[in-house]
Ligand binder design. Structure first.
Ligand code: M6R
Length: 627
């Protein structure tokens, strides 16, 4: 490729704030029919966004065929059945709308002239470009993506690479683009800034995707397209160029997921399957990190100095991942007596965080792509903080923003509601807390070994909860008609309930609030009536008596209380409850694990019994790349 001579650098300020869509992208070129490959991949990628779907297939010497619609991938599948689609090279997209409403027209792909585009991201200067190229009356959709297609078409004079480079030099924002040029019917081009793209070979051709979930059926070796590089995928060759036209060798990564992990395997929903997979996921996450009965991050390449030299810890994360940080904070503060802040990544910048070279910033993320967490990390980098990621997806953007990574081995998590990713994040915090306590001398060897023995009991204790899930289902049946619900607890129980409550609201649409029991009297108890069921969690010796008093207070206001209690403490609470469930005994610090499984099951069964789409709750997407 010749040097393009185009200055593309000045357009991109990597430190500025970015926003983008949360869409799924797939591309295939090879010797198989592309339609089936695209539809299967879009089904797997649907968790990234599910308000519309579409595909484009190259047809030699004919216009590229586009099929798209508002709705789910199943709707697209039906459309494909009634249309003749033949071809071995094509691209597909599943959308979570932010720019332009949900409509057939706004669904991707978008075509202009001979160029067809799918896009994940946001083009910030789309209106400027619309004016510059006089596109006002020519665009059919309200999307910025169609503007990119038009700019590409404007610059295309026969050389796809040059058209891409010229377009990239003009657009501002975040993007991963999959592009078809009609004159090159066996080739897919891709380019990205911030938004991820992975690519790989398989037995029958070459693939690109927005994440590895779509690839694991076909291959284990893949690479992440570097930012501001162009990939050219042909059936037998993938070439990567920088924007000056210099060929770059991609760095291949081996994934440790297998195809069965991204299938339902007989379960009605991924959420149930993923809840059931937790004992195994915990084993996989902790066992490789136990050496001589002590926690070890040697295999992760993490030096002990990371833990011994940090004076403060700051956890940044969103949603469920943030809730794992709250548990991590309690553990680390009580075991090591070091200050830990847990900050919502989306609020991080606005809290004037006090971080410096002595601070260890721990970013927690299942996907490794959450934009707020990424932005918080970039801020931390500028302040000179050390950065450690706890992430599930290998090679994801957040892992590349951190010096050190602890991978959770949860395997692919497809349900939008996070379950096994959460408990494996917790497992990582137990390991970190114990390693730190041992290194800093607050735990001697014996105590650290005993802590690790207890951690290894977690999978079996989770199994005990899972085995009695019919009792939990009975509780859930009584909650199905609730409009509002409270979850109350103290200390670690309160942190556990924050996650349990998020789970319930996101999959069941019941308004659920987790409340620190002691805080109820300061206002919130005014909302308690016979219409508001209360779930109370009691697993910590130090709070049993106080918690029982708080439970009586809500019962006195008519609330039906559903009690989740550690078996050991059950006999000391003789009150009557609407329902109760005993959690298997572990040391108090570990009770968050079995309790979380019980709360996940409550959320799951309520959603199931309400007949909702458990895996794809309304308005949500699995990977949140919008600020
Ligand atoms: O991929 P991440 O862990 O960074 O995602 C963070 C949150 O978006 C995520 O945990 C979200 O809260 C889940 N849907 C909750 O179940």
């Amino acid at each position: 490729m010749e040097n393009t001579g185009i200055n593309t650098k000045f357009r991109f300020d990597h430190n500025r704030k970015v926003r983008n869509f949360m869409c799924g992208i797939i591309g295939y070129t090879g010797n198989k029919q592309v339609k089936d490959i695209v539809l299967d991949a879009l089904t797997l990628l649907e968790y990234r966004g599910y308000d519309s779907a579409g595909m484009a297939v190259s047809v030699p010497e004919k216009p590229t065929k586009i099929i798209k619609c508002a709705g789910r991938v199943t709707d697209l599948r039906k459309l494909c059945e009634s249309n003749e689609i033949e071809g071995t090279c094509g691209i597909g997209h599943t959308r979570w709308a932010t720019h332009g409403g949900v409509s057939d027209e706004n669904a991707h792909p978008h075509k202009s002239g001979k160029i067809t585009v799918i896009h994940n991201g946001i083009i910030e200067n789309y209106s400027e470009l619309t004016r510059k190229y006089d596109l006002q009356d020519k665009l059919r959709s309200q999307t910025d993506t169609e503007v990119v297609a038009a700019v590409l078409a404007h610059h295309f004079t026969g050389d796809p690479f040059m058209a891409i480079v010229k377009t990239v030099s003009e657009i501002k924002g975040t993007f991963s683009l999959g592009i078809l040029f009609e004159d090159n019917p066996d080739t897919i081009y891709a380019v990205r800034n911030v938004s991820p793209i992975v690519a790989a070979f398989c037995d029958t051709g070459a693939l690109l995707a927005s994440d590895v979930t779509a690839l694991c059926k076909y291959t284990k070796e893949y690479f992440v397209l570097p930012e501001l590089h162009v990939a050219e995928l042909k059936p037998h060759k993938i070439t990567v160029y920088d924007l000056n036209g210099k060929e770059v060798a991609p760095e291949y990564i081996t994934m440790d997921w297998d195809v069965t992990q991204s299938e339902k395997n007989g379960y009605p929903f991924f959420m149930e399957k993923e809840i059931m997979e937790q004992p195994e996921a915990i084993r996989k996450t902790i066992m490789p990190r136990i050496r001589n009965n002590l926690p070890s991050f040697e295999a992760d390449g993490i030096p002990d100095s990371l833990f011994t030299e940090s004076k403060r810890i700051c956890v940044v994360a969103c949603g469920t991942a943030m809730h794992s940080g709250l548990v991590g904070k309690s553990l680390i503060q009580s075991m090591i007596n070091i200050h830990v802040d847990v900050v919502l990544a989306s609020e991080f910048m606005y809290t004037n965080p006090v971080i410096d070279e002595d601070t260890l910033v721990i970013a927690v993320s299942q996907s490794g792509e959450t934009i707020d967490t990424l932005e918080a990390l970039k801020f931390a980098r500028k302040k000179g903080a050390k950065r450690l990621a706890i992430v599930n997806v290998k090679g994801s953007t957040i892992t590349r923003e951190c010096e050190q990574v602890i991978y959770t081995y949860a395997g692919p998590e497809i349900a939008v509601a996070s379950t096994k990713a959460y408990t494996t994040q917790l497992a990582a915090f137990y390991l970190i807390a114990c390693r730190m306590a041992y290194l800093k001398g607050t735990f001697d060897e014996e105590k650290a070994e005993s802590f690790m023995r207890e951690l290894q009991k977690v999978p079996a204790m989770m199994e005990k909860v899972l085995d009695r899930r019919d009792i939990i289902h009975k509780i859930a049946r009584k909650l199905v008609n609730a409009r509002d619900l409270f979850m109350i607890g103290r200390g670690l129980d309160y942190s556990t309930l924050l996650e349990g409550s998020l789970k319930l609201k996101e999959v069941s649409y019941i308004h659920s609030e987790a409340y620190a029991s002691g805080e109820l009297k300061h206002g919130t108890i005014a909302l308690i009536t016979e219409e508001t069921p209360v779930i109370a969690l009691v697993t910590q010796a130090c709070i049993v008596l106080k918690e029982v008093s708080n439970i009586r207070e809500v019962q006195a206001r008519g609330a039906r209380v559903f009690l989740l209690i550690k078996e050991e403490y059950a006999s000391s609470v003789t009150d009557k409850f609407e329902e109760s469930f005993t959690l298997p005994d572990m040391e108090d610090d570990f009770m968050v694990m079995p309790a979380s499984v019980a709360l996940q099951l409550i959320a799951y069964y309520v959603s199931l019994d309400k007949g909702l789409d458990v895996d794809k709750p309304r308005n949500l997407a699995k990977v949140v790349t919008v600020e």
